[in-house]
Design a protein around this ligand. Structure first.
Ligand code: ATP
Length: 596
């Protein structure tokens, strides 16, 4: 039992508190002891006062002491509340720091895509949102209150030992047992699929209502009422589950009442007997009676509500740290990437699936990209094109085969060093709510370089370098889809200027008009000169200008060659190209070639 008590999250939670603020945690614990001790001292002094009155002795000093104790007790309560709120806020900040670090630091992405870890993450983040329990600053006040009661009850029970050795055990034990007997009524299991599901819905509906990206559709499709109802319904569901799992169990309550009533009856009967028989004076009788009443604070049911919730949040974050580190880890190589690739990038029998047991997205893929050349990858939706370049960025490792750079397995290279060589624009590129300068050079850079990159992407006039690219900020602006894409391209061009040797362009011009696309390609052409470039596009007018083209189907390369050779071969590429040319016309295509 002791071992199981020691293993409980609650203890470990108290052990973690100093991490949030050593001095503050010490003050918080100190105030708990002080506020718990004073009531027992008060009881003793009341006894002494009654005795002094009875004996006709001076009572001024005793009254003064009682007054001071009373005032101190009153002052300590709000001060403790403030310390608790501060500690709760610090703890929230500390937990957020840990969560951000465990989410952002792993080199891979596995930890963000594991369903179990995502569940834990939802649970962990609740310490701030307070969707299924009090937020941390309030929880710390409630926990402090519960602990003060516990210490106060314990100290007053100890006073009873001066009456009879068994009195603290009988009275204190009875009140203490209420904690275990009623525990089931106040604690609820939040790790069930039903709770996590409801919690995820609550969060999601909340974000749908509050976040700008969903605002257009919510209004256009008349979804406002639906979103609000959905939030209310999932919130209600969460409350219902909680009520259901914590409903009071009548049998346990009756047992608790009987136990407490019985213990107190025995104690007070014994006290009355001794007082009547003259074995106990009025001062002691009053003091022990008061202490017995005070011991009722041991029924610290209040702790059950806030403590498990807070402890769970802290322990979930602690548990997530190693789990996310492991799931997001990439087997570490330490070889620096230097100026790789000097000769080629080679995919050798590469297989990949996103989760163990799930479908193979890449399956025995072989591909060579000579250094300094351009390769276009085409294929139907879901063929695995983006997955291929994600592996090249080492966001994941192949589940079979290997990717070699100049003959060296990518896994032997230091991931950070290799990523320093690669730059990419993905379909879901990030639109930072930051000034244009940081959108182009997130890690900072010379303004002239930023301007040159913007000019290269035809985005020099979208906004001033200091303008925040989000309408919600003072002086901020929102950009069109095409303008955003140019800014993202500028980010890539800035990285190329900074020395990136591998350029990945995943549908880089999907949001540009035909003229814009032709113009951007001219610029990409000169900017990526001498760089190894991989272009993914559904626009064959763009694709045809790559040095080489490969067609991906069901996770394999089924055709590869130059535009002319593939057209001459009359295979899938020719079919796709002809279909698109017939539908959209091929006359306006830009006369540019994406290569060195
Ligand atoms: N993070 C992920 N977790 C699980 N499966 C994924 C993930 N990303 C992609 N997939 C699956 O992998 C397959 C290939 O996706 P991928 O994005 O590589 O295709 P694509 O060829 O780039 O498609 P598109 O032309 O539509 O962009 C798809 O079936 C997709 O459902």
């Amino acid at each position: 039992m002791i071992a199981s008590l020691r293993r409980r999250d609650e203890w470990r939670f108290f052990g973690e508190l100093p991490q949030a603020g050593r001095g503050l945690a010490a003050a918080w614990f100190g105030l708990i002891l002080l506020r718990g001790l004073i009531p027992a001292v008060f009881v003793v002094f009341v006894g002494l006062l009654v005795d002094a009155v009875r004996r006709g002795a001076p009572i001024t000093a005793l009254l003064l002491t009682l007054g001071v104790l009373f005032v101190v007790l009153q002052v300590l309560a709000p001060a403790h509340g403030q310390v608790s709120a501060n500690l709760g806020d610090r703890l929230t900040g500390w937990l957020n720091d840990r969560l951000l670090a465990s989410t952002a630091e792993p080199a891979g992405l596995g930890h963000l895509e594991s369903p179990e870890l995502t569940d834990d993450l939802t649970l962990a983040r609740d310490f701030e949102l307070g969707l299924s329990g009090p937020p941390m600053s309030l929880a710390m006040s409630l926990i402090a209150g519960g602990l003060v009661d516990l210490v106060a009850g314990f100290c007053q029970a100890v006073v009873l030992a001066a009456y009879r050795w068994w009195a603290p055990l009988l009275v204190g034990g009875a009140w203490l047992s209420t904690h275990w007997l009623l525990r089931r009524s106040t604690v609820w299991d939040r790790m069930t699929g039903e709770v996590l599901d409801a919690q995820r819905y609550v969060e999601y509906s909340y974000r749908l209502a509050m976040d700008t990206p969903a605002a257009k559709e919510v209004r256009l499709f008349g979804l406002a009422g639906w979103v609000v109802d959905r939030f209310a319904a999932s919130r209600r569901r969460l409350v219902d589950i909680r009520l259901r799992s914590t409903r009071l169990h009548r049998r346990w309550i009756l047992l608790t009442v009987a136990l407490v009533a019985g213990a107190n009856a025995v104690f007070f009967w014994s006290l009355a007997q001794d007082a009547a028989a003259g074995g106990l004076g009025p001062a002691a009788t009053i003091a022990f009676a008061q202490a017995a009443v005070g011991a009722s604070a041991l029924a610290f049911g209040g702790l059950n509500w806030a403590l498990p919730h807070a402890a769970e949040a802290v322990m979930t974050v602690r548990r997530l740290e190693p789990a996310m580190r492991k799931a997001g880890a990439l087997t570490g190589g330490e070889r620096p990437a230097g100026r790789m690739p000097a000769t080629e990038i080679r995919f050798r029998g590469v297989g990949f699936s996103y989760a163990p047991g799930s479908a193979e997205v890449l399956d025995g893929l072989d591909l060579v990209v000579p250094a300094g050349s351009s390769l276009a990858v085409v294929g139907a939706n879901g063929a695995g094109k983006t997955t291929l370049v994600k592996l090249l960025c080492r966001l994941y490792d192949p589940t079979a085969g290997r990717i070699e750079v100049d003959g060296v397995d990518l896994r032997e290279l230091d991931p950070a060093s290799w990523r320093g060589r690669v730059t990419a624009i993905f379909q879901d590129y990030v639109k930072y709510d930051l000034p244009l300068r940081e959108n182009v050079a997130p890690l900072g850079g010379d303004d002239d370089d930023v301007r040159a990159a913007l000019a290269g992407a035809g985005a020099e006039r979208v906004a001033g370098l200091d303008t925040v690219l989000a309408a919600g900020y003072d002086g901020g602006v929102d950009l069109s889809g095409g303008q955003w894409q140019r800014v993202a391209l500028a980010r890539v061009l800035h990285a190329v200027r900074g020395g990136a040797g591998v350029v990945i362009l995943d549908e880089p011009t999907a949001q540009l008009d035909v003229r814009g696309e032709a113009e951007i390609f001219q610029r990409l052409l000169s900017a990526t000169k001498g760089r190894t470039t991989i272009l993914i596009s559904h626009r064959f007018s763009t694709v045809r200008h790559a040095d080489r083209i490969c067609v991906l189907e069901e996770g394999r390369v089924v055709e590869s060659g130059t535009h002319d050779s593939l057209m001459a071969a009359g295979g899938r590429y020719r079919t796709m190209f002809t279909l698109q040319a017939a539908r959209f016309g091929d006359e306006e295509e830009p006369d540019v070639r994406l290569r060195t």
